[in-house]
Every structure is written in C-alpha cells, then in structure tokens.
Design a protein around this ligand. Structure first.
Ligand SMILES: C[S@@+](CC[C@H](N)C(=O)[O-])C[C@H]1O[C@@H](n2cnc3c(N)ncnc32)[C@H](O)[C@@H]1O
Length: 431
C-alpha cells in the first residue's frame, strides 16, 4: 500500500477517537468520520508498518446513523468530532466504547440530553491577525490556525451574541495586543468577558461598548499573558468593569465563580451528574465527607445538605476563596474548604476517619500516592467523578489493588457532539 492510492472500502469497526476501521489486504486503515457499514472511496494519506490512515473522498453508501452537518465550519473546526452522527447514535457509540474500558463492571445507560445543542456556558476564542485581517473563532483540529465562524452550535445563544458583537467591533489595533477572548454566561444570566493579552490600553473602548450594549454584563477583565506557550490565562489581571467573578447556580446553591476557577461547561448535565454522585453516596445525614478537587465547592455544598460535615480541597486559590464565600452565602456552616494539593491533603489527613470521599480530578486523574493515602482514611464509600473515562479506568484498577471495588459506572453525556464523556463511579470497600 502506498500514499495517495485510492480504494473502495466498507467500514467494519470504529475507534473511540472517531475513526472508522477498514481492512485492505489485511492492513488496518483508520479513516476519520467513516461510520460502521458505510461504503466509501478513500485516499491513503499515511502508511506505517502495521497500519495506515486514509481520508474519505466520496461517500458511496452513507449509514442511516449519519446526520447532515448543520454547522458551517463542522469540517474545519476541531470542536465537534461527532456532529456527523445522529444524537441517538452518538450515545450508542459512546456507550459501546465506555463499556469496553470498564470490563467486568456494571456500566449504566448514558444519561443524555433532550436538546444536545447550544448548551455550553463558556467559550475561549483565539484572536489572530492574518493578511491584515482580524481572525476570531476556534482552532482548526491539530493546528494553531483559527477557523472563523458566525456562531457555534454548542455554545449557548448569549455567548454567540457576545462573540458576534466582538467580531464586528474588534479592530486591528485592538487585536494586536490580544491572544484570546473568554466569555462565560451563567445560569443566573450574568455575562463575563475576559480579554487575554499583553496590554489593555486598546481594549477599553471595546469594554465600554460591551457594557453599554449588554445590560447583564457584570464582569469585564483584562488578563495579562505575555508567555509563549499554550497556557491561556496569565497570573495577573485588571478588572475593567464590575467584578472578577460572576454568580452561578448549582443544585439550588448560589456560586460565586472567579474567572480563574473551574465550572462545568454544561449546566443542565452538571446537575444530572452531581445528583448521580450524591445518589451513589446514599447519605443518611450523619456522614463526614471530603470533597477532593473541589473547585468553587459545587459538589461539597450540595453534599453538605445531606451529610454531617464536608471538608474540601482545591489547588486554585481563587476557587477556594470562592468556595468559602459560597458556603457563607448559602448558610452552609458545616462545609469548609482549604487550598492545597489533593495528594498532600490526602497524606495529611490519612489518619482521619472519613465516611464518604468525593473525588473530581482533572483529566489526568489521581496520583497513585493520592489514591493510597485516600484509602488509608478507610471511607465506607468513594464517589469518583471523572471527565476522562481512560484515567478513571486506570485509577479504578489501582483502587481495586488497594481494597476498593467499583460497584458501577454511570456515564453522563456532558459534551454532546464531541467525543468527551463524564462518568460517576461508586466504590466500596472489599470485605
Ligand atoms: C474537574 S475540576 C472539578 C471541580 C469541582 N469539583 C466542580 O465540579 O466544579 C478539577 C479541579 O481540580 C483542581 N485541581 C487540579 N489539580 C489539583 C491538585 N493537584 N490538587 C487539588 N486540586 C486540583 C482544579 O483546579 C479544578 O478545580
């Protein structure tokens, strides 16, 4: 097989990264976006020793599970990898792959959305100047090129409106000192805009236009980032209007949310996810709980309404400050947060007797030492919330080696149209 050769193929399988799998003379070829059962003319673009990669040139027999692409940049923007699948099929596809990862563990049916569009409450738009024009949009897949578009079909409508307004008003002078524009829209209908770049001088007039146009903007911030890597936010910032936070809501609690603090991007499914986490813990009201990787305290505050006390740990100072303000604002005085690395926290508390531990780490999951020290606390139950089924599966194996087994995994579709999936895992002590 050689590069640029063309073949007519039928797709026999798929991968969890949205590639169809075809076989040509016993050679496996991965073809992005090809669905099982589909017949297509493909072109080989790369050949390795044991496998190759191809691209679709012409779809000869489309699957009934394929849906029309309605987004104008679906083919160039890297955001929605599964937009060519009907939503029911996206859920089947995710379920099949998540089940493979958790062999021997019950995986409950995925909880999906009724309307899987316009759900995201946060967007980060890169800003560039190319050929004397300002570009603001999304990164092309595996590239630093910016794909411009009028709207994004998974961002909520208000974010699209603010995005479109900035696109119209931004000048070359403004763009030259900017790298990103970050927009959040809360469930309480507050808008936050964070400009990220070198210098705020040329942005002041845009900030004024924004606050004069959108009555519910409560926070405009300039974040200074002069680094040359792909970390989006810098350390220092200046508030241009209002506050450095907005007010969010989660399961009935108000949440003060700093722009540097984490918040789930799908507010509807966040409540489904955290309700599942609380259900898994089956609390009686007498438990002492830990909320590890706590963010602004969203899980811990909801848990504290069903438990005796909650102590939470989080590494981002601004988020911890928010979390402690949030417990006061919601009158939850048996819930308290500390700023520390989660592994160090688990180590310092390993002699404590804790009943239930909630864990919600970033994509990379936990450290083995963190898992060992968590287990030393001998909780009756551990509820692990994860946005990365692969690191969850790895960590569940380590938990099992140290005496905790997973009873079940409950997937929740938090990231419709994309390959992402969130899961809740319930773990109990092996007796
Ligand atoms: C997936 S978020 C979950 C946040 C929170 N539970 C929520 O749902 O809003 C993971 C959180 O872990 C925090 N984090 C990352 N590394 C950490 C560490 N080593 N120790 C403690 N917290 C950490 C991040 O700042 C982030 O807030």
């Amino acid at each position: 097989m050689k590069k640029n050769e063309e073949y007519i193929v039928t797709c026999i399988d798929d991968t969890d990264l949205n590639s169809g799998v075809v076989k040509i003379d016993d050679m496996v070829v991965f073809v992005p976006n090809l669905l099982i059962g589909e017949k297509a003319k493909i072109k080989i673009v790369k050949v390795n020793k044991k496998y190759a990669f191809g691209i679709i040139i012409e779809l000869l027999k489309p699957s009934i599970n394929r849906q029309e692409l309605t987004c104008e940049v679906a083919k160039t923007c890297g955001g929605c990898q599964l937009q060519h699948m009907s939503y029911a099929y996206q859920l089947d596809y995710k379920y099949k792959h998540v089940k493979k990862l958790f062999e021997g563990i019950e995986v409950k049916p995925i909880l999906g959305m009724d309307n899987p569009w316009y759900y995201r409450n946060k967007a980060q738009f890169p800003v560039k100047i190319k050929d004397g024009k300002v570009q603001m949009g999304f990164y092309r897949q595996h590239s630093n090129d910016v794909v411009t578009c009028k709207e994004c079909k998974i961002q909520d409508h208000v974010i699209n409106e603010v995005f479109s307004f900035i696109q119209k008003k931004i000048t070359l002078k403004m763009a030259q000192d900017l790298r990103h524009v970050f927009i959040r829209h809360s469930s309480t209908d507050e808008i936050q805009v964070v400009f990220i770049g070198k210098n705020e001088k040329n942005i002041i007039s845009l900030s004024d236009q924004l606050k004069n146009t959108f009555a519910n903007i409560t926070s405009i911030v300039f974040n200074y980032n002069t680094r040359n890597d792909n970390v989006i936010l810098g350390d220092t910032y200046k508030v241009l209007y209002g506050n450095d936070y907005i007010i969010e809501e989660c399961l009935g609690n108000k949440v003060k949310l700093h722009f540097k603090a984490f918040f789930q991007v799908n507010p509807k499914q966040m409540e489904v996810l955290y309700s599942q986490a609380i259900k898994a813990a089956n609390l009686t009201g007498n438990e002492t709980c830990i909320d590890m990787y706590a963010g602004t305290g969203t899980i811990g505050m909801a848990v504290s309404q069903h438990a005796k006390s909650v102590i939470g740990v989080e590494i981002v100072k601004e988020a911890v400050d928010n979390a402690n303000d949030n417990t006061k604002m919601n009158h939850l005085d048996h819930c308290h947060y500390v700023c520390q690395d989660a592994t160090d926290f688990a180590h310092d508390h390993k002699e404590d007797k804790i009943d239930v531990i909630f864990i919600d780490p970033p994509r990379k999951g936990m450290t083995e030492n963190g898992i060992k020290d968590t287990i030393t606390m001998q909780p009756d139950k551990i509820v692990y919330v994860s946005c990365n089924p692969k690191t969850l599966s790895r960590d569940l194996k380590i938990f099992k080696e140290y005496g905790y087994q997973c009873e079940y995994v409950q997937p929740v579709d938090m990231f419709c149209q994309t390959i992402g999936l969130e899961c809740v895992a319930k773990l109990t002590k092996i007796v």
